[in-house]
Design a protein around this ligand. Structure first.
Ligand SMILES: Cc1cc2nc3c(=O)[nH]c(=O)nc-3n(C[C@H](O)[C@H](O)[C@H](O)COP(=O)(O)O)c2cc1C
Length: 313
């Protein structure tokens, strides 16, 4: 056994985290809503709700539909747009005692460059995550994250406009996520977020109509965890940059699956809705796991169950 408590500190592509637990974009506001329930100083950081160039009202309701072991959402990227966001919101993040990661979404390549530059220029923002799971309006609505060329160009556009750590968030809705990950790494990403929601839908059999106002949506929560663990496993074997694992993490043992598959940090999204204290119990559970195994740091177990990851290091 080690004498001192194991360290949970980690480095996600240049973003230094005191704990490996980030809160997923769109699931945590900017942290203030959760401050009455948990000490924000004990989490690694918050990934903010994605912001776009122009304001967006979002999709028609219902936008959230609970399903077995998970949640379907089709929020439609509701946000005030970057002008209002910079003028009215960002200053409030200055006193957060954890890392603040800005999230940028876009519908054209130049959106990723322009919005990234403006958001990253603010001192309150420690890193940028680009959410490339959006349709490209100039390219027949193809999703950036599902097309290697578009994923590459979106990454290059953001990379060219900031020196802050750049995390690119991948979609699981592809046949070969490792090949997209390689392209995004070569385009200049510092880290990869793996994964966003899985496409899905649910039908109301009484009304004989889709339950979501948007008809289709993204599935999150425990239902997608095995899909997300596999995605982390495959990406970790393909790239050298660190991975932020996410998808259905609710407990420390869930989080450890991602770390052992090759994730350097993890993010909790839907899990916060059922247990606002989940980020704290997860961090405590990881620390206890490390202590029981005589590990001094979480970094010692990253990829420990993934020989392909270890071979690349
Ligand atoms: C209500 C809701 C809103 C979300 N909004 C965003 C968003 O604005 N940008 C983004 O990149 N991901 C968004 N996500 C995806 C989450 O950040 C996360 O990647 C996904 O839900 C998988 O993790 P989880 O199972 O822990 O929720 C959203 C998810 C939910 C449930």
């Amino acid at each position: 056994m080690v004498d001192t408590q194991p360290s949970l500190a980690t480095n996600l592509g240049g973003l230094l985290l005191s704990a490996p637990t980030l809160m997923g974009s769109g699931c945590y506001g900017s942290g203030e809503e959760y401050a009455p329930f948990i000490d924000l100083a004990r989490i690694g950081g918050v990934v903010l709700k994605s912001v776009t160039r122009l304001p967006r009202l979002g999709n028609d309701a219902p936008r959230l539909v609970p399903v077995a072991s998970g949640l379907l959402n089709a929020i439609g990227l509701q946000n005030p747009g970057i002008d209002s966001y910079l003028a009215n919101d960002v200053a409030k993040f200055a006193d957060r005692p954890c890392a603040i990661v800005g999230s940028v979404a876009g519908f054209a390549i130049e959106d990723f460059g322009d919005v990234t530059e403006r958001l990253a220029a603010r001192a309150e923002i420690d890193a940028i995550e680009i959410n490339i799971s959006c349709p490209n309006v100039a390219h027949e609505g193809e999703t950036f994250a599902c097309d290697p060329k578009l994923a590459e160009r979106a990454t290059q556009a953001a990379r060219a406009r900031t020196k802050k750590p750049l995390i690119v968030k991948l979609s699981p809705n592809v046949t070969d996520i490792a090949s997209i990950a390689r392209v995004v790494e070569a385009a200049g990403a510092d880290a990869l977020a793996v994964v966003n929601t899985v496409r899905g839908m649910s039908i109301d059999v009484d009304r004989q109509a889709p339950k979501l106002g948007n008809v289709t949506g993204g599935l999150s929560g425990a239902a997608i965890r095995p899909i997300a663990v596999l995605a982390v496993w495959e990406v970790a074997r393909a790239v050298r940059i660190p991975i932020l694992g996410q998808g259905g993490i609710e407990t420390a043992r869930d989080a450890l699956e991602f770390v052992l598959a090759g994730a350097t940090a993890i993010s909790v999204g839907t899990g916060n809705f059922t247990d606002p204290r989940a980020p704290i119990t997860i961090a405590d559970g990881i620390r206890a796991y490390l202590a029981a195994r005589g590990c001094a740091s979480i970094e010692e177990i990253v990829g420990a169950a993934n020989p392909g990851y270890l071979a690349r290091r």
